[in-house]
Design a protein around this ligand. Structure first.
Ligand code: AMP
Ligand code: ZN
Length: 501
């Protein structure tokens, strides 16, 4: 099935056809670096990180460009408040942004241009627009003449007349038309400024993305992305500037992500429901946050709650325990003699069954992702394989006689999750317990789960209880049955633990 992507510009899903076969030029608007990013920003950056990863996994060579807006009113205001220079504020928050994105497992972009280092490219686009009467100069400011560009409104579906009557357009008598917007702002005292043909000043926000995307990707390029809130005016203006200057169009596919809310409410500092990514990552593993966010399609709104995050953490642990169990089975040739349904013969149907489920998971994953990056369905496909794997382990599938099936199920779970950027480390020590402890813990400790480490803990708790009640036969039964699995209880100063013989 070919990859289909919903395009905001055409308002429908379209087959993805890149400008150059095998390559993708991808631009995503980066943050304005005046504070730490919140989990709403993180959702948008995570969504497109996964889309980029899937394109790469599908064989495309992706050039992923994300800018840093390091000159802006908000940065200047913050610098004044803190008695620092705008450059210092921007440098600090740029660094913090890069670090926290890495913490979340978001890949570094191929190119990370900074607005302050790209002024010449912006001056070029502005000059190009002035030459073609799409822009005009007033007192050292340059404005884009919205009405000079007939298709204006095409991306957001807005009509210029409606915009004029309904919108809150800022009054500025220097503009010829209230809809016009600044490409270049004349310098004010105490603000950062660069030389230009129209006097010292600084760029407007929209022009930076037009200049950087065309400089690094050429025109037209394939994908332009950002959150929903950027469609108007930011992306509408980027498109107008770039196309008015170049006559080559701009981005072929426009992708927009839905907004994040917290407990069904808009995230707002004033409401007290405002979460910074760095604070959330203090409390939860990044893989769990990724898994949670990916269980909603990127275009839908996403509602964050602590309960949902806990569920995602539990789901992640289920996956990890399945991986541990499969790893164990793969290495052991002892089979699982105490399993309820002993299938430790060479019964090929078990191999065939798990192989078929693995193949099905791969297929469903690819179909979901090819359908406008439906990560929710893709995650569900992996979870189904986890359930199937757990069932085969509990039923006694063997690493020697069913080696290929176990190996492929294990590798597939790890591979598909890594495409979503959910990297699971399979540490040797994690696989220290044989899956038989699950059966044993079910029998002796009424343990219902599939996590071998938890099962061992439950067995140790039963033994401790029995010893406290001087029920020696019961305490000994735990010890002896574990010993039969090659596991020895050691009583240490910090409590009992189980080690392999
Ligand atoms: P900004 O620094 O405000 O330009 O935002 C950086 C990115 O985060 C943009 O792509 C925004 O669309 C996105 N963004 C801002 N708020 C939210 C939110 N509540 N949910 C999802 N994305 C958001
Ligand atoms: Zn932008």
């Amino acid at each position: 099935m070919p990859l289909r992507i919903y395009n905001t510009l055409t308002r429908r899903k379209q087959e993805f056809v890149p400008v150059t076969a095998g390559k993708v030029g991808f631009y995503i608007c980066g943050p304005t670096v005046y504070n730490d990013i919140h989990i709403g920003n993180a959702r948008t950056f995570l969504s497109f990180d996964v889309i980029r990863r899937y394109l790469e996994y599908s064989g495309y060579q992706v050039t992923y460009v994300q800018n840093l807006t390091d000159v802006d009113d908000k940065i200047i205001n913050r610098a004044h408040q803190e008695g620092r220079s705008a450059a210092e504020v921007a440098a600090d928050y740029s660094e913090a942004f890069i670090a926290v994105m890495r913490d979340l497992g978001v890949k570094d972009p191929s190119i990370r241009p900074r607005a302050t280092e790209e002024i010449p490219a912006m001056l070029e686009v502005i000059s190009c627009l002035i030459e073609q009467d799409h822009a005009y100069v007033v007192d050292g400011n340059v404005y884009f003449a919205v009405r000079s560009y007939q298709p204006y409104g095409q991306l957001s579906g807005r009509d210029v007349e409606q915009l004029l009557s309904g919108a809150r357009v800022e009054a500025d008598e220097r503009k010829r038309d209230p809809l016009d917007f600044a490409l270049w702002k004349a310098a004010k005292p105490g603000e950062p400024a660069w030389e230009s043909p129209w006097g010292a000043g600084r760029p407007g926000w929209h022009i930076e993305c037009s200049a950087m995307s065309s400089r690094y990707l050429g025109l037209p390029f394939d994908i332009h992305a950002g959150g929903d809130d950027l469609v108007f005016p930011h992306h509408e203006n980027e498109l107008a500037q770039s196309d008015a200057c170049s006559h080559k169009g701009f981005a072929n596919y426009w992708l927009h992500g839905g907004m994040l809310t917290i407990n069904k409410e808009k995230m707002a500092k004033s409401e007290g429901n405002y979460l910074l990514l760095k604070d959330v990552l203090q409390q939860v593993r990044p893989q769990a946050l990724r898994l949670l966010m990916l269980q909603t399609h990127y275009r839908s709104p996403f509602d964050y709650s602590v309960e949902r995050l806990q569920e995602a953490t539990a789901a992640l642990e289920r996956v990890e325990s399945a991986i541990r169990n499969l790893s164990w089975v793969l290495k052991s040739t002892a089979g699982v003699p105490s399993a309820p349904n002993d299938i430790s013969d060479t019964n090929v149907s078990w191999t065939a069954d798990l192989l078929a489920k693995t193949e099905q998971a791969r297929q469903q994953f690819a179909e979901a992702m090819d359908d406008d990056f439906n990560t929710a369905a893709a995650v569900a496909a992996v979870f189904e394989l986890v359930t199937a794997s757990n069932a085969s382990v509990q039923n006694g599938i063997r690493g020697d006689t069913h080696h290929r099936a176990v190996d492929e199920a294990l590798a597939t779970i790890i591979e598909l999750l890594s495409v979503l950027g959910v990297s699971l480390k399979v540490v040797e020590a994690d696989a220290a317990y044989p899956p038989e402890v699950l059966t044993l813990a079910r029998e002796l400790a009424a343990y219902p789960g599939t996590n071998a480490a938890e099962a061992v803990d439950a067995l140790l708790a039963v033994r401790a209880e029995a010893r406290a009640a001087k029920d020696w036969p019961r305490a000994d039964a735990v010890r002896d049955r574990l010993a039969a699995l090659g596991l020895v209880i050691e009583d240490t100063a910090s409590g009992a633990r189980v080690v392999q013989k």
